[in-house]
Design a binder for this molecule. Structure first.
Ligand code: PGA
Length: 253
């Protein structure tokens, strides 16, 4: 069974105190993560250590960074390296979120470098892909996503690919309240898995967790996560509300 993951993406939200309260609230509610299920919290850089401390010793719960730089170290003022993240015990990094692609001009090429350095440091990238509205309206989303995968991931060996988690996030569904239907999500997830199978073989493709992101909330999580090729979600807005995110964790199949 592939890993099923409920990943919270706090983005650039919350003060330290609010972040602490949110984590405390979530941890105080009953949720039963099975052996193959994980909850991941992608928190802002200044809160990584706080989150690590709060989640220490908790089974199947991890902290993620929301970004990292592509270089090992050096004169890159303001950037954060994977070496730094590794040194504080971080094991996941969100890469290539559409907001980073759009506002910070992150290209497929740059993301390939970031993927590589994460793998070098045994940090699992949650690699985001997904099409903007005009691409969906032109019905060319498959080609668009295939290119993102090809240019950022296909240089990897099969062994390296198995260290990646993919998040499909249609940009038109992010923060808009407009979720892809579970059928649309399943269709794209199956397409992504078929693409991976074409390149790496079905047995490898079958091991890759593919999360859906875009207006996931308690009310739609069970439906979306129940789809055969959907292995959980990357959740923005609803991850900032205790009861919503707990319900999303409990919706993992
Ligand atoms: P949303 O964000 O759940 O608020 O749509 C998802 C994401 O951007 O990861």
């Amino acid at each position: 069974m592939r890993k099923q993951i409920a990943a919270a993406n706090w983005k650039m939200n919350l003060t330290l105190e609010q972040g602490e309260q949110l984590l405390d609230g979530i941890l105080s509610k009953p949720h039963s993560l099975k052996a193959d299920q994980q909850a991941v919290f992608a928190v802002p850089f200044p809160y990584l250590l706080m989150a690590q401390q709060k989640l220490a010793g908790k089974q199947n719960v991890f902290v993620a960074a929301q970004n990292c730089y592509s270089k090992k170290n050096g004169a890159y003022t303001g950037e954060v390296s994977v070496e730094m993240l590794q040194s504080i015990g971080i094991t996941y990094v969100v890469l290539g979120h559409s907001e980073r692609r759009e506002y910070f001009q992150e290209s497929n090429r740059l993301l390939a470098d970031k993927v590589n350095i994460c793998i070098d440091y045994s940090i699992t990238p949650i690699f985001c892909c997904g099409e903007p509205l005009e691409i969906r309206e032109a019905n060319t989303q498959n080609e668009y996503v295939a290119k993102q995968l090809e240019e950022s991931l296909y240089h990897l060996s099969a062994e390296q690919l198995q260290k990646i988690v993919i998040a499909y996030e249609p940009i038109w569904a992010i923060g808009t309240g407009k979720t892809a239907s579970s059928a649309q999500a399943q269709e794209m997830h199956a397409f992504i898995r078929t693409q991976l199978a074409g390149k790496y073989g079905a047995a490898i493709a079958d091991t890759i967790s593919i999360l859906y992101g875009g207006s996931v909330k308690a009310a739609n999580a069970v439906d979306i996560f129940s789809q055969a090729d959907v292995d959980g979600g990357l959740v923005g807005g609803a991850s900032l509300i205790v009861d919503e995110f707990v319900a999303i964790i409990n919706a993992l199949k």
